[in-house]
Design a binder for this molecule. Structure first.
Ligand code: GLN
Length: 476
């Protein structure tokens, strides 16, 4: 069995025709992941007991003649910021190295109910803050396409396992680009759904108004299937939407003839040929499929990074306040007073990037600065969202680059936070607007590094986004 090229369809056929059982598949997948993982450090921990238990349940359902679910037997990996009941969840942080959650995230509950087999938890930047996976307390992840390069971040491990073939699909989280950017760096599909489409219950909060859970896969259909399973209203997350979830896979073959695509000029003007050329060829291919391609403008794009790094750090400073040594985390033992204990626990436990963001966020929220920074950033956020709303009056989707550059070398940007933050220049706008956006592989640089194309659509119109991605995928 070639684990690294499995898809959900292949697994469904294999189980139905009894070519393999779910337990055989899970054992083989675990063995493969264990053997391959030292190359990339993408898994932090495998979950053999959980995986084999889930696989056994799938086999039993099949033996009883029941429908075993849309993800029956599918090996899935999960970013280590999403809570798994009874199974360590570290958020890439030393502070939570021994944290065992008492409950499952809603996405995990739904995934397992659909027959998904969780193989393990994946490495990520600490509390999902970063663009290279180098902020993990458990060492960086290497990009399986080029081992001296980063996989992107913060969901670097979840992108890497799918690219490496040590999982069929995976879950990541995206606050400002953390699914799309690693997907583009590793050459896989990565989807950030509409804000509110997938419950955040059990997703460790970074910046609550921007956090999303979303899928990675090696093809568009698998990503659409996984999203269909985890999406939908959840009473335990007040921001989760009532909007019904369509059957995403059903519309994938509908074609794109006559769809109007907008190319925002602000995104293309500084693009280097390295990433611009493959993207240009992708746009040509979409045009040949019958899309009507036109230039558009999203004029407030240039303010998006500043706005994001104010809002996200403000929310992070508040969300991370709970890690103080009292409840969830390890505790610094050598403290005389309570405030010493807080200070020592947080001082020893958080990595440099988290500390930087806590300080920035506390500053922008402080009285006297609130109006100048936080309030202004919220106004800019509204303008960025309005840019998209106006664009969608004239186009059905926006096509854009994902990242200004392909996967960079490990260590190349670690000492320069601003250079690292600029990685997010094309992904942050979609996050601020809360619209669905995805990265689909669209070619390579002359050095053979993957390049992704970003597709963005109206709120809750994931179906059109998937349709465009699927049509393009067929041309590749
Ligand atoms: N790279 C961005 C950041 O560091 C986005 C992170 C994310 O989407 N979780 O904040």
């Amino acid at each position: 069995m070639d684990i690294s090229s499995l898809t959900i369809d292949i697994i469904r056929d294999g189980l139905r025709s009894r070519r393999f059982s779910a337990v055989e598949l899970a054992s083989e997948a675990l063995r493969f992941a264990e053997a391959e993982n030292p190359k990339t450090n993408a898994y932090l921990r495998l979950a053999p007991e959980r995986a084999l238990g889930a696989a056994r349940a799938v086999d039993e359902r099949i033996a009883r003649g029941e429908d075993a679910g849309p993800l029956a037997g599918v090996p899935v990996a999960v970013k280590d910021v999403i809570l798994t009941k009874g199974f360590t969840t570290t958020c890439g942080s030393k502070l939570l190295a021994n944290y065992v959650p008492p409950y499952n995230a809603t996405a995990i509950e739904r995934l397992e109910a659909a027959g998904g087999v969780i193989l393990g938890k994946t490495n990520c930047d600490e509390f999902a803050m970063g663009s290279s996976n180098e902020n993990s307390a458990f060492g960086p992840v290497r990009n399986p396409v080029a081992l001296d390069r980063v996989p992107g971040g913060s969901s670097g491990g979840s992108a890497a396992v799918v690219a490496q073939g040590t999982a069929v699909v995976s879950l990541g989280s995206d606050t400002g680009g953390s699914i799309r950017q690693p997907a583009s760096f590793c050459g896989v599909v990565g989807v950030t759904p509409t804000y509110g489409r997938v419950s955040r219950y059990g997703l460790t909060a970074f910046a609550s108004s921007l956090d999303h859970i979303g899928p990675f896969a090696r093809n568009v259909k698998d990503a659409a299937t996984l999203l269909g399973v985890i999406a939908g209203r959840d009473v335990r997350d007040a921001t989760s939407a009532e909007t019904p979830v369509p059957d995403y896979s059903a519309g994938l073959g509908a074609g794109v003839k006559g769809l109007r695509l907008g190319l925002p000029r602000e995104y293309f003007k500084d693009l280097t040929p390295e990433t611009g050329a493959p993207l240009g060829r992708a746009v040509d291919a979409l045009q040949r499929l019958g899309c009507d391609v036109r230039d558009i403008s999203l004029p407030n794009t240039e303010y998006a990074i500043a706005s994001y790094y104010i809002i996200a750090t403000a929310e992070a400073s508040s969300n991370l306040a709970r890690y103080d040594g009292v409840r969830y985390t390890s505790r610094s033992e050598h403290s005389e007073t309570l405030s010493d204990m807080y200070r020592n626990t947080r001082g020893e436990g958080f990595g440099a990037e988290c500390k930087r963001r806590i300080m920035l966020g506390t500053y922008v929220l402080s009285s006297g600065y609130y109006d100048a920074y936080y309030l202004k950033a919220q106004k800019v956020r509204a303008l960025v969202a309005r840019d998209f709303a106006r664009a969608f009056e004239e186009v059905d989707a926006v096509i854009a680059p994902v990242s200004p550059f392909p996967a960079f070398k490990l260590g190349e940007k670690v000492d320069d936070p601003i250079a690292m933050y600029l990685s997010d220049i094309y992904t942050i706008t979609g996050s601020l607007a809360g619209i669905p956006c995805m990265s689909v592989p669209c070619g390579e640089t002359p050095d053979g590094l993957p390049v992704g194309m970003q597709i963005l659509t109206k709120h809750f119109d994931e179906a059109t986004m998937f349709r465009i991605a699927a049509a393009f995928e067929q041309t590749a």
